[in-house]
Design a binder for this molecule. Structure first.
Ligand code: DP6
Length: 354
């Protein structure tokens, strides 16, 4: 006799939290199914997170997966519903166990969305981790499980692959980097103790929607006149920044960090069509950060994602003087004086219920 389980009437639920991450070596350009054209390295954040509550019902005789409802910040959001529904349906070949679930999602962010802070990274890593908790065949938090979470996150948004774990993640294959793969991001194993207490203050120069989506941005790399050189440069920068993180070489680290940020924007400015995402205040902040460094001899460096906001990276031991500089000087260049103080984090996890 075939036993058929009935659909559970009361949905079960649990909540996953996943952070954003800030790329030190930038992923820019992709091919195939969300595969990067170059390796990247990032630091996982702690305070900029997506909280994703997943309610689910299940049955062995369900005809297929269904996303019943999607709420963002307490409201139904048809645009996001469509994006996440398409995503969840698209990953069923990687996570076939999901087919027997009906789920509803309620998601909240602790930071403004589409402002150059990687909201897609935290959103997709939270969701990927959540659905893997529901339907993965691997033991939760085993190496295979975490690789699968990162792979699933990547399929939603490339940079999300790097938000599953922390404090540092490397994604994208390189013959000189052991264990590197395009499939998923993995933890950077060798980290100097000084690099375990970094902070990232995000200066919100402009909170408006970006004028180019990351996906449109990535496609600009196809046929870009500097594409081949960019790949070579990103590989070198990846190897060197990993060396700097391992050895505690703050000068080398800072040099690569700023080179990567400016290269990303230079690539956008020199593509067809071109994009200028930096604002006058972004440039003014960069000038003031450089002058501060010369004046104080304190290691304060900047990086930038695909937007106008400036991320300041520094050691926790310098936080007092740097955060005073931000408050007294740089904040006036930010939109309504706003900035977010974040720090190094460890990735995604269930915070409640499973
Ligand atoms: C500039 O991960 O947002 O932040 O894969 O199309 O979702 P999709 O792109 P996304 O790209 C992020 C690009 C970046 C650099 C980085 O995070 O490495």
């Amino acid at each position: 006799m075939i036993r058929v389980k009935t659909l559970q009437q009361t949905p079960n639920k649990f909540t996953v939290s996943a952070p954003s991450n800030i790329a030190f070596v930038k992923y820019w350009g992709k091919y195939g199914r969300q595969l990067p054209i170059n390796p990247s390295v990032s630091m996982t954040l702690k305070n900029c997170v997506t909280m994703c509550e997943i309610s689910y019902t299940t049955s062995d005789n369900l005809s297929g997966f269904e996303l019943e409802r999607y709420e963002f910040m307490g409201e139904e959001n048809p645009k996001f519903y469509e994006r996440f529904n398409n995503y969840l349906v698209s990953i069923l070949d990687v996570l076939p166990g999901l087919s027997k679930f009906k789920i509803s999602i309620s998601s909240t962010n602790t930071f403004p969305h589409s402002a150059g802070i990687a909201s897609s990274a935290s959103a997709f890593s939270a969701l990927a981790y959540g659905v893997a908790c529901l339907a993965s065949d691997f033991e939760k938090d085993s190496k295979e499980f975490l690789d699968q979470c990162s792979e699933l996150a990547r399929l939603g948004s490339g940079s999300a692959a790097r938000s599953i774990l922390g404090p540092y993640m490397q994604w994208g294959e390189d013959p000189f980097i052991e264990n590197s793969t395009n499939n998923c991001a993995r933890i950077v194993q060798e980290v100097h103790p000084e690099f375990l207490e970094l902070k990232d203050t995000i200066l919100l120069v402009d909170k408006k929607e970006k004028s180019v989506s990351s996906s449109a941005g990535h496609s600009l790399m196809h046929g870009h006149p500097f594409k081949e050189n960019r790949i070579v440069q990103a590989r070198e920068n990846t190897r060197n920044i990993l060396q700097a993180i391992k050895a505690g070489d703050w000068n080398l680290f800072g040099e690569i960090l700023e080179n990567e940020a400016l290269t990303l924007h230079a690539l956008m400015m020199s593509s067809y069509p071109s994009f200028i995402l930096l604002k006058p205040n972004s440039l003014e902040i960069i000038e003031r950060v450089k002058a501060f460094r010369v004046r104080t001899n304190i290691s304060l460096y900047f990086t930038i994602d695909a937007g106008p906001n400036i991320h300041l990276i520094y050691k926790n031991e310098d936080a007092g003087v740097i955060e005073k500089f931000v408050k007294d000087d740089l904040a006036q260049l930010c939109h309504e004086g706003s900035y977010i103080i974040d720090e190094i984090g460890i990735g995604a996890g269930v915070v409640d219920g499973k």
